[in-house]
Design a protein around this ligand. Sequence first.
Ligand code: SF4
Length: 334
Amino acid sequence: MPSTTASPLMDRLGRVHTDLRVSLTDRCNLRCTYCMPEEGLAWLPKPELLTDDELVRLVAVATERLGVRTVRLTGGEPLLRRGLPGLIARLTALPHPPELSITTNGIGLARSAVALREAGLRRVNVSLDTLRPERFAEITRRDRLQDVLLGLAAAQAAGLAPVKVNAVPVRGVNDDEIAGMAAFAIEHGYRMRFIESMPLDAQGAWDRGRMVTADEILERLGERFTLEPLPRSGNAPAEEWRVVGTDAVVGVIASVTRPFCGGCDRVRLTADGQLRNCLFAATESDLRALLRGGADDEAVEAAWRASVAGKGPGHAIDSPDFRQPDRPMSAIGG
Ligand code: SF4
């Protein structure tokens, strides 16, 4: 990758931001109970979404002027974005191409994995909370487990490696599958990661008591496997363990009980072009308005730096003053 002389995108706490999450759409083909209501969540109107040209320009500013090195495409469901392989190819062809990955529910991956890989996508994270078809249909309100499993296999075959499987255990919903899902991932060569649930649902119904903590996840895994801790890589949010006797690695992302905000290196761009300096930010910077108002790259860079300069220390989920963001995760991008 050509080196960039961009000065680092740093906040007041000295955290350097090199990771950009870009939401490509707020739409989704599932309706997970912990994310969206069954009906009635209005989609963003199409004219409000960033066009491919706008998106490529913003990623170019991020990589050439701000030192961003990794870009994760998210949603909603990013595979629903029309012409996605073409967009990925354009991002890969930038003078300072970012390392590109995607977080998806896996539906549609079976038919698109090869095209995405050929366009320049490097890795894929697939969200999957259960291996039981009826439970999958209950959680997602759609009977699509088989599509996700085919998508995982296709991603693996296309070389989008390592294929990571992200599960959010919820007490009384799927927490009895923690060890079983890890065994499934080990068997197929996927990298299993368990994520503590966070208050980002559209309904505002998150309940801390139903969140399964990292300690509990490790206890369940420890009942079936022997785990050996691995050194943490950089600012990666996942703590990882090698499963003794196998090549497999399992990870836990303890966003709530062991927050990693002190090493945060990420910013987020919503599908409608709003820059969020934190998943839980109360304010956004309107980059779309700048672009559509004719701003040059210097002005976009300045707005981006100003947003990051104003970033708070972290999410404070455990504080009594914690306020859930106005936008749900499906509109922010995970
Ligand atoms: S909550 Fe905000 S500061 Fe903490 S890791 Fe997430 S984006 Fe970074």
